[in-house]
Ligand binder design. Structure first.
Ligand SMILES: Nc1ncnc2c1ncn2[C@@H]1O[C@H](COP(=O)(O)OP(=O)(O)OP(=O)(O)O)[C@@H](O)[C@H]1O
Length: 320
């Protein structure tokens, strides 16, 4: 569980001089599901893509991702993008595309590649895989296409699978199914899964550790059980307060108020301070560093003062 497959150190990504990822360090460990969570624009996708060396050409990237697996994409690391259609060519049968992916990294016969492709489709739960392998992507349902993309990403059994919001386009039933398939593939191959999502419910049910991102930085990083049962960053608490909860009392909790700052227009100090019920003077002048606290890392000057249950922080701060 503790073998480090990838180590990210001091990652910064900027567009035209504006930093959108602002100094991130974390590891991806063998066998784990690491969720990357945060609101839109937090830098989740760019961070995920940086793991594969796939940041846009116009970006300036500093910091390190070790080892550099960008030359081994498809073999040691693979990406499952948001949009399943974009990952599949419309003009070739799905099985041919998978077989081509196999032959791009392994010296095997066409027939062997073909049977590996069918086996990969079968493993992700495509019914009648040998026949479906001959069909084109448009003949698949949305959920089946997303599973075919998972088959494509995992056919060569990479060490790390990076899934960027793999279920956003799917209905809740299909979403669960796809997440289950991803978990099964991770377990069977002993691989790591980096799962980008904006959904803390998905994190709770499917991840081992979670990186909570806010305005291009880590707000909190640690085991899901610690971070979600007792968050120490007010931002994590705010995300949790936005989740629909069980029980009549909690169901009335308000969503996290306000919106994240635009990159390039960050407030001084902690980027979350303008939305934070605990913000003090220090928060408006000094950006907090990540520091260890109660089994996780947290970037907050007031982490010791976050109440339990943390969602009450946002309940109390808002007018009834
Ligand atoms: N090619 C680009 N040129 C300029 N800015 C970009 C580019 N790609 C991303 N950005 C900006 O970088 C920031 C982080 O983007 P990113 O896609 O990583 O966010 P995210 O957390 O994945 O958001 P979402 O949940 O909406 O996908 C955003 O402000 C985005 O507008």
């Amino acid at each position: 569980m503790s073998d480090v497959l990838l180590s990210v150190h001091g990652l910064r990504i900027a567009f035209a001089g504006t930093e959108v990822v602002r100094g991130l360090s974390f590891d991806v460990r063998a066998g784990e599901t690491l969720a990357v969570v945060g609101e839109s624009g937090a830098g989740k996708s760019l961070t995920a893509r940086a793991l594969l060396g796939m940041v846009p050409r116009e970006a300036t990237t500093t910091g390190t991702v070790r080892p550099d697996l960008s030359a081994e994409r498809g073999r040691r690391i693979a990406l499952i993008p948001q949009d399943a259609l974009s990952a599949l060519s419309p003009v070739h049968p799905v099985g041919d595309q998978l077989a081509a992916a196999v032959r791009s990294v392994r010296r095997v016969s066409r027939a062997e590649a073909r049977s590996l492709a069918v086996a990969a489709l079968d493993r992700v739960g495509i019914p009648d895989a040998a026949r479906r392998a001959r069909a084109h992507p448009h003949e698949y349902s949305g959920g089946m296409r997303q599973r075919a993309v998972i088959a494509m990403a995992t056919v060569n059994e990479p060490d790390v699978v990076v899934a960027d919001e793999p279920t956003t386009a799917l209905d809740p039933g299909r979403r669960e199914q796809v997440l289950r398939v991803l978990a099964e593939r991770r377990e069977a191959a002993g691989a790591a899964l980096v799962l980008v999502t904006h959904d803390l419910d998905v994190v709770r049910r499917h991840a081992d550790r979670v990186l909570v991102m806010y305005a291009g930085r880590a707000a909190e990083l640690g085991p899901v059980t610690e971070v979600l049962t007792r968050p120490r960053a007010p931002y994590t608490a705010g995300l949790l307060a936005s989740l629909p909860q069980d029980g009549p009392r909690l169901r009335r909790l308000p969503a996290l108020p306000g919106t994240p700052p635009a990159p390039g227009a960050l407030p001084p100090g902690c980027a979350f301070a303008p939305r934070c019920p605990l913000a003090a003077d220090v928060c408006r002048t000094a950006e907090p560093e990540l520091r260890p606290l109660h089994g996780r890392l947290v970037a907050c000057h007031r982490a010791e003062d976050v109440p339990h249950p943390a969602a009450t922080l946002f309940q109390e701060s808002r007018p009834a």
